[in-house]
Design a protein around this ligand. Structure first.
Ligand code: PLP
Length: 388
């Protein structure tokens, strides 16, 4: 049978490929971005309570009022922002879904969307599934900053949206306030929408600050800001996120959402709302900064090199240029099969498969997981010379 190709990506995502390979070879999985430590018991208990007190039927299409109210309070407390929970917040089954729904709300065939590469791998398929075209602009190496002249040059009469991501997967770079001003200069006097993927907003280190698009009054008017609870409460498998956008954009978003998922897992929404109200949940960045620092310390025992400690997200890039000349995809597979540590090759985040000889390591793991991975990687010292 002749099945249509809805997007240009082939095969399964790199995360599935590497996680499957890790399982086959009994490798330590530092590839996919998920924690291997447990959630707070209290969150699990709240989920159980939700099911026993009757939160088992469809939630309202836009999300449980209690959760939307709590999200609004949370943004008031953390960012001093006023967000209307009825007209500006929609709860979604994860951020990936929210990105797709936002694109579907605004895109028509033939439109163009600028993406900054390397980029999370769902963006391009999501754009193409809507009949639009992704226009990649490469971030500048080695610090992965945005070259605003390149972004400006990529804008055409067909540009409908720009998708941005800070803190950034896979590089861990975060945007300065000025980056938002530069973006505003480019889109002013146009009808370009912004999708701001801020799933790692709370994973920012060394006392740095995450600047949200919602804090930029001018850009907020044209933006969908996308979030994920999975990254904050270590429960990526719950797949609950939300979209914050001004009322007109939220209407357009819900117009799609009501016929895609309609609503989101009710007991999980209840549990998250109650958990968000607790005042003694330690900020996630403290624990993850310790893990990052520990990882940076441990990796010194291996021939991998670090250009810059990650500023945000739970990923650290490391170079294998002193170990091998292999292409990164080949090297990552070899490392998984022969040395039992799975990572993500950086070229997977570029549409042109640009190879910077970098691997992405997820450090949101238990101490013993990181220790064992480093023990295996430190043996590479001996093989490095023979591979070169
Ligand atoms: C940049 C980015 N956006 C979105 C997501 C997905 O979030 P969710 O699991 O809520 O769909 C991820 C997950 O890895 C991500 O790295």
């Amino acid at each position: 049978m002749n099945l249509p190709h809805k997007h240009s990506a082939t095969g399964t995502t790199i995360f599935t490929v590497m996680s499957t390979l890790a399982a086959q070879h009994n490798a330590i999985n530092l590839s996919q971005g998920f924690p291997d430590f447990p959630i707070d018991d209290r969150l699990g208990t709240l989920l159980h309570i939700a099911t026993t007190v009757g939160f088992n039927q469809y939630a309202p299409m836009m999300g449980l009022p209690l959760l939307r109210e709590t999200i609004a309070e949370n943004f008031k407390r953390r960012y001093n922002l006023d967000i209307n929970h009825d007209t500006e917040i929609t709860v979604t089954p994860g951020a990936t879904y929210a990105i797709y729904a936002a694109f579907t709300a605004i895109l028509q065939p033939g439109d163009e969307v600028i993406i900054l590469e390397p980029a999370y791998d769902s963006y391009i398929p999501n754009i193409e599934m809507n009949g639009a075209k992704a226009v990649p602009v490469s971030l500048s190496t080695p610090d992965f900053s945005v070259d605003w002249n390149k972004v400006k040059d990529a804008v055409t009469a067909k540009t409908k949206a720009i998708i941005v991501n800070t803190p950034h997967n896979p590089t861990g770079a975060i945007w300065a306030k000025e980056d938002w001003d530069k973006l505003a200069d480019i889109v002013r006097d146009t009808e370009i929408f912004i999708l701001s993927d801020e799933v790692y907003e709370q994973l920012v280190y060394d006392g740095q600050k995450h600047y949200s698009v919602l804090e930029h009054a001018e850009l907020r008017e044209r933006s969908f800001a996308l979030y994920s609870f999975g990254k904050v409460f270590h429960n990526t498998g719950w797949k609950i996120g939300y979209c914050i956008a001004p009322p007109q954009l939220t209407d357009a978003f819900r117009h799609i959402h009501q016929f895609l998922a309609f609503s989101v897992n009710t007991p999980a929404q209840y549990a998250l709302a109650q958990y968000l109200k607790l005042e003694d949940v330690p900020p996630v960045n403290i624990m993850l900064q310790e893990k990052r620092d520990n990882f940076l310390d441990l990796i010194k025992q291996t021939p991998f090199t670090i250009h810059k400690p990650t500023s945000g997200s739970y990923f650290q890039l490391a170079s294998y240029e002193h170990i091998s000349d292999m292409p990164d995809m080949e090297f990552a597979q070899w490392l998984t099969k022969e040395h039992g540590v799975a990572t993500i090759p950086m070229s997977a985040f570029y549409s042109n498969k640009q190879d910077n000889k970098l691997l992405r390591f997820c450090f949101a793991k238990k101490e013993e997981t990181l220790q064992s991975a480093i023990e295996r990687l430190s043996k590479l010292e001996a093989v490095a010379a023979s591979l070169k």
